[in-house]
Design a protein around this ligand. Structure first.
Ligand code: GLC
Length: 625
């Protein structure tokens, strides 16, 4: 018979707890400042808790993906407190994959929740990680790696405020963002979801994102509940310990470092997010020194809740608790006793509710832990205005007037401009003139909004040729930017460019997300190199635009190109790239990651011994002398 759940972990945690206690004075900053808002609702939350049955409490701690609901009536049957749409989890009929279809879907679920005895509304969560990227017609902003190169907290705050407005327009009230990972090895498929390898950039922009999402008050009709993720050290895993590349990758792997390093590099983003008032935090699939974060009581309860003063609630990642143990009941106990307050899952919600009820009845999960979790969840719901009887939790469809509108698209265009990094500009090739007789455009990314937006766009993985209504490809943007006397020709492979004033080739990575993007080799693909060579053979200046979720091995590109711009994953507004190309905006972006050589030993981060990147962290050219 295995010992009770909590002691199994304690035995392994003791050394860490002693280490943590020794270090705590150096790092113990009770960041309760931004959390006071949540505490202000403690009495109301506890008063409601006192009325709740055990079944109703357990239901508040359960968050199924809506796609796995057997019947919407299960919301009442299990008193569910939350639902999510994971990547691509939208209306069942593709014809309903519209702003109206999504909004109708979410409202129907909310109406089911309002039919329960206590009528506690749902928190409905979605990954809005670069705009409301699930809905056709939404404005798709640059992914975080580009925003990290802009280093503009005001811009990030405005972007997330616009995103929050588009999210609330669909009746959704919770976003699983910002990702405050500190990606240290760019072979990680989630590098682009983080802002930078530098914790200082991450803490600055992560807090700005929380302010943008949650607004000056979480009760505002345009505010959404934010979620800092993935706690902690998700960007520091060792290559070969992860889930991707047949277990040879990094994603969901093991972060192997001492506590001082974990705190110095991977904790700052959470400290400033908590200070900014973030209401939810998502623990990581990954491990710290072989212990899953989802079951790490020291990190979740001692450090995050007690030391940092986090008063919101912890949402586990998608079926993450299943990874804790072969026995599902034990998974639930380990996660909840470690400090998880709400569990994100798929089809096992009936079993989850039954098992957690049993665990509470037998004391293997103390009732005090259940009450603490539900109090935290209810505090957030009160703080978000969901419990205000004067307000409906259904979608405010008046907000749909701004959805995908020109104001948000102008903001996205500005973000694309500011995140672009000029890496090479021989003989002042850039900026290009708009009045030349002819420009030749090529490359697989020139006219592909799917590639331009990258992963987490409409589908979980994104895809080439994605339909992104309202978006502008780089080729279209070039055609719109030049004079009416300028011819713009196109060939994907770069042939036929002879006679043009210059050639522009858009190359890079096809969309991916999470472990599907783990890579051992960061070489530019052969099709892209061939297109550059074909342009070069035409005897004209060659401008390369790189669309990628991370630095790639650029030497063969630099050998042929006259100018190179890193545009990252710019999103729907390709006009921001041409603003830089034609000099309407001199490039200001500075690298948020060290750029490795093909020969570099990875991971490669500023401060490493023998640091010798192709381009250093913070590098970026501009126009003029
Ligand atoms: C995913 C990701 C997480 C996301 C969640 C819900 O697996 O790890 O970032 O928020 O599931 O889609």
């Amino acid at each position: 018979m295995k010992p009770p759940y909590s002691t199994v972990r304690l035995g392994r945690l003791l050394p860490l707890m002693l280490a943590g206690a020794a270090l705590a004075p150096h790092f113990c900053v009770r960041a309760a400042s931004g959390q006071q808002v949540l505490l202000a609702y403690d009495a109301q939350a506890k008063a409601l808790l006192a009325k709740m049955t055990l079944a109703e409490k357990v239901g508040q701690m359960c968050q199924p993906d809506q796609a796995f609901l057997r019947d919407p009536d299960d919301i009442q049957r299990y008193f569910l407190g939350s639902l999510l749409s994971g990547g691509g989890s939208g209306p069942k009929n593709k014809a309903d994959y519209t702003l109206k279809g999504w909004t109708d879907m979410v409202d129907v679920y909310q109406e089911h929740a309002l039919k329960t005895r206590l009528a506690i509304p749902l928190l409905y969560g979605v990954d809005a990680v670069h705009g409301h990227n699930n809905i056709p017609g939404a404005v798709i902003f640059p992914h975080n790696i580009g925003l990290g190169c802009a280093r503009d907290p005001g811009l990030v705050e405005r972007i997330e405020r616009a995103t929050a407005e588009e999210v609330r327009a669909t009746g959704i009230n919770w976003v699983f963002a910002p990702c405050v990972a500190v990606p240290r090895d760019v072979r990680w498929g989630r590098t682009y979801e983080g802002y930078a390898e530098d914790p200082g950039v991450v803490e600055l922009l992560g807090a700005a994102a929380v302010r943008g999402f949650q607004g000056s008050r979480l009760t505002r009709p345009r505010s959404v509940v934010a979620c800092a993720k993935h706690f902690v050290g998700d960007g520091g895993t060792a290559f070969g310990t992860g889930k991707g590349l047949d277990g040879q990758g990094l994603d969901q792997g093991d972060t192997r470092c001492n506590e001082a390093t974990l705190r110095r590099i991977h904790l700052p983003g959470y400290l400033t997010a908590v200070q900014a008032g973030v209401a939810t935090i998502m623990p990581s699939y990954s491990s710290w020194n072989r212990l899953k974060c989802t079951a790490n009581k020291y990190l979740l309860t001692e450090v995050l809740k007690r030391e940092l003063g986090f008063e919101g609630f912890l949402i586990s990642d998608y079926n993450a608790i299943d990874q804790l143990d072969p026995d599902y009941r034990r998974c639930i106990a380990l996660a909840i006793n470690a400090g998880i307050d709400m569990v994100m899952l798929t089809d096992k919600y009936p079993e989850f509710c039954r098992q957690l009820t049993e665990l509470a009845r037998t004391g293997q999960v103390p009732m005090s832990r259940i009450d603490d979790a539900v109090t935290r969840i209810l505090r957030v719901k009160f703080a978000a205005g969901l419990m205000d009887p004067r307000r409906s939790p259904l979608a405010d469809r008046r907000l749909q007037r701004a959805f995908g509108g020109p104001r948000h698209r102008r903001l996205a265009r500005q973000a694309v401009r500011e995140s672009s990094v000029l890496l090479k500009n021989a003989r002042h090739t850039l900026p290009l003139a708009k009045t030349v007789t002819r420009l030749h455009v090529s490359g697989k990314g020139a006219d592909d909004l799917g590639m331009q937006c990258g992963g987490w766009t409409i589908d979980w993985q994104g895809k080439m040729g994605n339909d992104v209504p309202g978006g502008t490809s780089i080729l279209t943007a070039i055609r719109q930017a030049v004079s009416r006397h300028t011819a713009v020709t196109f060939s994907r492979d770069g042939r036929g460019a002879e006679g043009a004033a210059a050639g522009v080739v858009v190359i890079g990575e096809k969309p991916y997300a999470e472990f599907m993007g783990d890579r051992a080799d960061l070489a530019v693909d052969q099709e892209d190199l061939a297109a550059i060579t074909n342009l070069k053979r035409a005897g004209i200046p060659v401008v390369v635009i790189l669309i990628s979720g991370r630095p790639l091995y650029l030497e063969p590109v630099l050998a042929q190109a006259d100018a190179v711009v890193a545009a990252w994953l710019p999103g729907s507004q390709g006009e921001g790239v041409t603003d830089v190309l034609f000099g309407d905006y001199p490039p200001t972006g500075k690298l948020s990651h060290s750029w490795p050589r093909a020969s570099s030993r990875l991971p490669l981060d500023a401060g490493d011994p023998g640091y010798d990147p192709l381009f250093a962290l913070g590098y970026g050219l501009t126009y003029g002398p």
